[in-house]
Write a protein that binds this ligand. Structure first.
Ligand code: AMP
Length: 279
């Protein structure tokens, strides 16, 4: 597994892969890897001959400097997991290589960036879109795997690649969960044992709400009742909403003409949990 920390060595490594006529897939990550990230590597492998993972804690997508400072880092553990997953290349640039002094260009994706995480974290999707665009152009990958765990991010990146005619296929990968339903996340390690015991309720409430809505229950009442259950259990919900799957537009009644998603974010202690499921 080759490790590249500067752009010239990344370009040489990807050129060598391409010269061997190998289709390259990219798995963008911020490190602190878990089984969800490993699932992305396996899914990417299924669509390409070679897999590159990037590890870059992107300062542009954090709006609270304390969240950036406390974001978990584990380079040695990450590299061991990527090696075990059969990754061919790891791109781990320092911040100055990604954003040299004078950098002045950002990517703004309107549409699916609006609302939800876009409201909770102003500028977040600008940072995500900008770094993903750079990663796609830096690697020249034909495929990029993204987790459905971050549903809005997946839609933002898919929209950006389409709008900018970037020749890359965005591959969605289902959310990997603990046995009790909690979606794996690098931030789960900050839950206290009591919070960890409560955390799966988010997915349970969502699953029950999705089933009720699919069964014909009124959307606003079902979501309000779900939110109240979360509050009663100690969550501070930011949102629990039914949306059009691709545009993230809120729905107050089921649509008949396309896929829907239930999206939620709720704080539990100091951790903000994010989840979504199909309806
Ligand atoms: P992150 O390192 O948290 O920025 O995530 C990197 C990629 O891993 C993103 O595409 C995430 O959506 C994906 N990811 C994170 N958690 C999970 C999970 N539990 N299941 C599947 N993919 C995930």
């Amino acid at each position: 597994m080759q490790i590249c920390r500067d752009l010239p060595s990344l370009r040489a490594a990807t050129a060598a892969l391409r010269a061997a006529s190998r289709r390259l897939a990219l798995v963008p990550t911020m490190g602190a890897l878990h089984e969800g990230h490993v699932a992305l590597v396996h899914a990417a492998r299924g669509e390409a001959d070679a897999v590159a993972a990037s590890i870059f804690v992107n300062p542009l997508q954090f709006n609270a400097s304390d969240d950036l400072a406390r974001y978990p880092r584990d380079e040695e553990g990450d590299l061991a997991k990527l090696r075990a997953a059969g990754c061919d290349l790891v791109w781990m640039p320092p911040v100055e290589a990604m954003y040299p002094p004078g950098s002045a260009t950002v990517i703004e994706v309107a549409g699916p960036s609006a609302g939800w995480e876009g409201d909770a974290r102003p500028g977040h999707f600008r940072g995500v879109a900008t770094v993903c665009c750079k990663l796609f152009l830096q690697t020249g990958a034909e495929v990029a795997a993204f987790g459905e765990k971050d549903w809005q991010q997946l839609q933002v990146v898919t929209r950006m690649a389409a709008d900018l005619d970037i020749p890359i296929h965005i591959l969605p990968v289902p959310t990997v969960r603990e046995a009790d339903g909690l979606a794996l996340s690098s931030r789960n390690r900050f839950l206290t044992p009591e919070e960890r015991a409560t955390a799966p309720l988010l997915h349970r409430v969502m699953t029950e709400a999705a089933a009720a809505i699919a069964g014909g229950a009124a959307v606003p009442g079902t979501l309000a009742a779900g939110g109240a259950r979360l509050v009663a259990a100690g969550f501070a919900p930011d949102y629990l909403a039914l949306v059009e799957a691709e545009t993230l537009r809120a729905l107050d009644a089921p649509r008949a003409d396309g896929p829907m998603r239930l999206v939620a974010a709720a704080r539990l202690g100091t951790v903000r949990l994010l989840d979504n499921i199909p309806v």
